[in-house]
Design a protein around this ligand. Sequence first.
Ligand code: ADP
Length: 473
Amino acid sequence: MEIIHVSAECYPYAKVGGLADVVGTLPKYQLKLGHFVKVVIPMHRTKFLYEHEWTVEHKGGFMMGSNHFDYTIIKEKSNELDFDLYCVDIYGLLDRENVYSYDDDTERFTAFQVAVVDWISKWQHRPDVVHVHDHHTGLIPFMMKHCYAYSHLADVPTILTIHNAQYQGWMSWDNSNYIPTFDTWQWGLLDWDNMINPLACAVKCADRVSTVSPSYMEELKTNANGLEQLFKAEFFKCSGILNGIDTEVWNPEKDTYILDNYSDKDADAGKKLNKKKLCKDFNLNPNLPLFIFIGRLVGEKAADLLPQTISDSLHQIGNKMSFLILGSGDRRVEDQLTYLTGSFAGYYNSKIGYNEKLSHQMYAGADFILMPSRVEPCGLNQMYALRYGTIPMVRSTGGLKDTVIDFGEPGGYGIRFNHASVWDITYSIHRAVELYDDTEKMTALRKQVMAIDNSWEQSAEKYIALYEATQKK
Ligand code: ADP
């Protein structure tokens, strides 16, 4: 099959979160299964762009409202990522350093989508499947089915994967002229609550919808930021497919980002050395259990609970542990986390910002990783942690529920709690400190979690089955 993934992010070209990891990895596994895979993203001005060679694949143009835009499609020359990576450039809109958070994101991502559909419409052949990811690409199924200029793509099956339903790309109906001329009888497909809602539109128009874990799919029927009724109505074509991890990139035996490589055979010693390095760099005591948090400092991740949790734990349980936080996001949380370093020097430290290398060192050197998320569609951190022998401590939600079993349960290996509350997290830290003191149990758990297979193999096949279900016999 010829599969086209369209996304705002793709690792290692441009990464903000898990979406990039998935779009950078799933295609590799689909290639291994014998399919022909292309990934298309905006031409963000990142290091990867400047460090690689590109060929111009196509040039075109389109009207968006009263403005004409030229676009260029370029392709990475060396095929370094195995799959074909294409970038879309639109002067004045996509030539930016960051992936998101510009005032004109609506124009930027609508234009990106128009360019992608326009380009595909110029091909001599049609792909077997167009796979779109999240709301930034959510108008594509509609454009392919209902925009007059692209009506010859109407029969090409489209798949939507929802990595996060909190963000939906809402746009005012005043901007409906950004979308190429469409069959106005179909306006209802664009609408949700008197706004154009690209995510809702994709749920309505795509042939199949998937989310990144089965539990999250269930949860969307009752908690989907306003789209609950839509998920109930469209449930017949929805399914949850758990994300995998790239076991080549995330491999403690070969990881070039970490100080000391190790396997499940020498995990205790390997982790100890990596922890020593981290603790030296961040002025922490390497003899205490080390708890980490890595991620966006936003409400979804319950990052706002971290300052109080750290402070309560160190006061109530005593100085029996240390914490290291890596992340960026909400300014108030960033400031609180920075401020705390003064109060708990030697037991707590933080690094505000994005740092891929440090994140690897943290997965390798930590004993426990905290994930108290209020919403977690899949979550990759817990799977990376398992691979590095770090015990995940997660709230029972979404993909966290599907990938972590509490060590108190038969066959369990992690720590689970029910509420995103300071009390629940602190209590779990208490359990973790007790567990850490049982060195034999910790050694056994490390070995056990490192052997868990969260690779993409199985999930990649499930996506292929989903595509096959959309092919006309
Ligand atoms: P989300 O996509 O909701 O942010 P995921 O758990 O699916 O969460 O994916 C997060 C990915 O981003 C992981 O690879 C994690 O290691 C990485 N990450 C998040 N924040 C940072 C950061 N500040 N520095 C380095 N890596 C980060």
